[in-house]
Design a protein around this ligand. Structure first.
Ligand code: PAF
Length: 282
């Protein structure tokens, strides 16, 4: 496995790989890898000859009051994990490699970023699309893989890939959960054992929503939302709900009634840690 830290070396490497007729799979990450990331790497290995994993805690997707500085980092541990699952190249650029002095070009997807996370975090997706466009340009992948846990991010990036005409197969892989249902996230590290139990409120609420739709045949989103709120408050009394939303899977259009391809997404602050999760209801 090779570790590359500069854009120049990465360009040289991908030119060589393409010259040998091999395909490239890219798994972009912000590091502090967990089983969810490793599942993406394993999937990439099945789809491409050479798998590149990028590790870069991208400052432009964090607002000034967010957790950029304390975002968990473990470069050594990450490299070990990537090696174990068979990643071929780890791209770990320094900030100046990605955002040199006088950097001033951003990529923005306009419509899909107006709701859900985009409404709460107005500069977030501009940072995500900019870094991922840069990573696409630097690593020239044939396949790129993102997790469904960040559902809106995946849809925004899919749109960007299409709009900018990148010849990249765009894969959205299922959310990986802990045994008890908690969606894997690098931010779970912030919790004590007791708080972690309360963090399950998102999963329990989503499970209830799914059961209401599939078993009780309820379609009224308001009714479902009310039950979800009650569960969240019961499991984590101090929780602050940023939103619970019901949207069409592809367009992210808000829905009042659950129809086919409806996704329920929610963002909840659990002991000051902001968690997101989602589930397809139908
Ligand atoms: O999902 C993430 O970890 C990040 O948003 C991504 C896609 C690596 C861009 O920084």
């Amino acid at each position: 496995m090779t570790i590359i830290r500069t854009v120049k070396k990465m360009h040289q490497s991908v030119r060589k790989i393409a010259g040998e007729g091999k395909t490239i799979g890219l798994v972009p990450t912000m590091g502090f890898l967990h089983e969810g990331h490793l599942a993406l790497i394993r999937r990439a290995k099945r789809l491409a000859d050479v798998v590149i994993v990028s590790i870069f805690v991208n400052p432009t997707q964090f607002a000034p009051h967010e957790d950029f500085n304390r975002y968990p980092r473990d470069e050594k541990g990450d490299i070990k994990k990537i090696k174990e699952v068979g990643g071929d190249i780890v791209f770990i650029p320094a900030k100046a490699e990605i955002y040199p002095d006088h950097f001033q070009t951003f990529v923005a997807v306009e419509k899909l970023t107006q709701t859900l996370e985009g409404a709460m975090r107005p500069t977030h997706f501009r940072g995500v699309t900019t870094i991922v466009a840069k990573l696409f340009n630097i690593t020239r992948p044939d396949v790129a893989i993102f997790g469904m846990k960040d559902y809106q991010q995946a849809m925004v990036l899919k749109q960007m890939t299409f709009d900018l005409g990148y010849p990249i197969k765009f894969i959205i892989a299922p959310t990986v959960r802990e045994k008890d249902g908690l969606a894997m996230s690098s931010r779970n590290k912030y919790f004590t054992a007791a708080q972690r139990k309360e963090a399950l409120c998102l999963y329990y609420a989503l499970k209830k929503a799914k059961a209401m739709v599939t078993k009780e045949k309820i379609r009224d989103c308001r009714k479902i939302e009310k039950e979800m709120k009650a569960i969240i408050k019961k499991v984590c009394p101090s929780a602050a709900i940023d939103y619970i939303a019901f949207t069409d899977f592809t367009t992210l259009t808000p829905l009042k009634k659950v129809a086919s391809e409806t996704v329920c997404s929610l963002a909840v602050r659990v002991h000051k840690v902001r968690l997101i999760d989602n589930m397809k209801l139908l």
